[in-house]
Design a protein around this ligand. Structure first.
Ligand code: NDP
Ligand code: 2IT
Length: 444
């Protein structure tokens, strides 16, 4: 067995019942084989892969809070501090009923490589809870966030671990958690990113993941002699990433014809009207179904099925494993030529392999959604310097970072003889920097 195969078997054996974590590790190891095989003896001796797949620390805790009926509720809370070789742990917090250790370990593992690709000094981490903010009052959300932070604050800090948002965690939740951190520690410091603009947040952070996705998509299309203008785009999800990906895609002349949530999807052949989506999702916290009740040209379909909508470009921006082999076949049959992941690992392994075999362009999430965490790192810089940069300044930096990521990913793929395989390119380029730092810092 090769070193990478051995490590995968070890991960499966030592982390039972964690399929998402196994999946993320397998995809990375399969492509790193190209790098490892050339130098297997050295990597084995240093135990590089054993270290890379083992989180530095996992913190797991009870989160007690009281609901509006006066009843005590208990949730699980976690922070996975995966790798600090290149900077303080950095990564989002997810609040969703599906959250468990497997999902947070897969997300933390991906984050290590993603953060490395940004070129900024941030290590990888992830956290969250199985708390479901849907249908909760603001008071309940505040009670939960305060209790969550009462435990978490012991383990984080501006130079130690800097959480941010992810599914179910937006400006409201970051605000309640920041307030509680400040109250407990007495520190007004950049311990969270995605803060509001009046209390240390950065311009463009709200838009950054979606905008960044479109910036890197543009780079990929440009190299292939294509452009975004005039293309039909389907975007799954209707949360933070989906909304701002749609905004930038429309600004650059594409037509977004479908968006979704966990209940179903809307198809609007005239192009999705984003002001309506923003009102439903950002103001009213409603369902995507309401879009079809408000816009005559739109049709709502209950359930999965968004990938059967004909498009040139598909942007999965909801959650992991939302685009499977059957979906990939529908996309290919409809003439789709590019897929770029806004979400983390939204495409199953079988679907990814099929899409690549069929010759479509495919950009993996750890490269294409890195604009969010990159802008978080810019927020950290502004907090440390006690400065606020203009929208144009931050946007220009984001654009530069995404172009740089594209160049790194494309170059790494070429160097290892797999030109155009951006999955391999992203894993290899992300790995190179982290491993260099791990080796330099000795066995820690
Ligand atoms: P939001 O909570 O703002 O939106 C999530 C969207 O995805 C909603 O439309 C939600 O629908 C849908 N969704 C969530 N879970 C499921 C599910 N199990 N099945 C179907 N649909 C689902 O989250 P974000 O937009 O922030 O995150 C979306 C993805 O992007 C995630 O994979 C996240 O990890 C990734 N990401 C986010 C970044 C950020 O800066 N926010 C940065 C990089 C990646 P519903 O409302 O019905 O639940
Ligand atoms: O998956 C991700 O990169 C995020 N949810 C953003 C993390 C961050 O620290 O901004």
């Amino acid at each position: 067995m090769s070193y990478t195969e051995e490590i995968y078997a070890r991960v499966v054996e030592q982390n039972p019942g964690e399929p998402e974590f196994h999946q993320a590790v397998k995809e990375v190891l399969d492509t790193l084989k190209l790098v490892i095989d050339a130098n297997e003896e050295e990597y084995r001796k240093l135990g590089i892969l054993e270290r890379l797949v083992e989180p530095e620390r996992i913190i797991s805790f009870r989160v007690p809070w009281v609901d509006d009926q006066g009843k005590v509720q208990i949730n699980k809370g976690y922070r996975v501090q995966f790798n600090s070789a290149i900077g303080p742990y950095k990564g989002g917090l997810r609040f969703h009923p599906s959250v468990n250790q497997s999902i947070l370990k897969f997300l933390g593992f991906e984050q290590v490589f993603k953060n490395s690709l940004t070129g900024l000094p941030i290590g990888g981490g992830k956290g969250g809870s199985n708390f479901d903010p849907k249908g909760k009052s603001d008071r309940e959300v505040m009670a939960f966030c305060q209790s969550f932070m009462t435990e978490l604050h012991k383990y984080i800090g501006a130079d130690q671990d800097v959480p941010a948002g992810d599914i179910g965690v937006g400006g409201r939740e970051i605000g309640y958690m920041y307030g509680q951190y400040k109250r407990l520690t007495g520190l007004y410091e950049g311990v969270l990113t995605g803060k509001g603009l009046t209390w240390g947040g950065s311009l463009v952070r709200t838009q950054a993941t979606g905008y960044g996705l479109i910036y890197i998509l543009n780079e990929m299309l440009k190299e292939a002699g294509k452009a975004l203008e005039g293309q039909t785009v389907v975007i799954s999800g209707s949360g933070n990433v989906a909304i701002y990906a749609a905004e930038k895609a429309e600004e650059l002349g594409a037509k977004v014809v479908a968006m979704s949530d966990s209940n179903g999807y809307v198809y609007d052949p005239e192009g999705i009207k984003l002001d309506v989506v923003k009102d439903i999702k950002e103001v009213k916290r409603g369902r995507i179904k309401e879009y079809a009740e408000r816009v005559d040209s739109a049709v709502y379909t209950e359930g999965k099925g968004i990938w059967t909508v004909k498009c040139d470009i598909a942007l999965p921006c909801a959650t992991q494993n939302e685009l499977n082999l059957e979906d990939a076949k529908a996309l290919v049959a409809n003439g789709c030529f590019a897929v770029a992941e806004g979400a983390n690992m939204p495409t199953t392994r079988e679907a990814t392999d099929f899409i690549q075999e069929q010759g479509l362009m495919f950009m993996p999430g750890k490269a294409s959604n890195a604009g969010g965490v990159a802008t978080s790192a810019l927020e950290m810089s502004q907090n440390s310097a006690r400065l606020s940069w203009s929208f144009e300044e931050v946007d220009a930096k984001l654009k530069g970072i995404m172009a740089d990521i594209y160049a790194k990913v494309s170059d790494a793929a070429k160097r290892y003889g797999v030109e155009g395989n951006f999955v391999a390119g992203a894993n290899i380029a992300g790995f190179e920097k982290v491993v260099d730092a791990m080796k330099a810092q000795g066995l820690v």
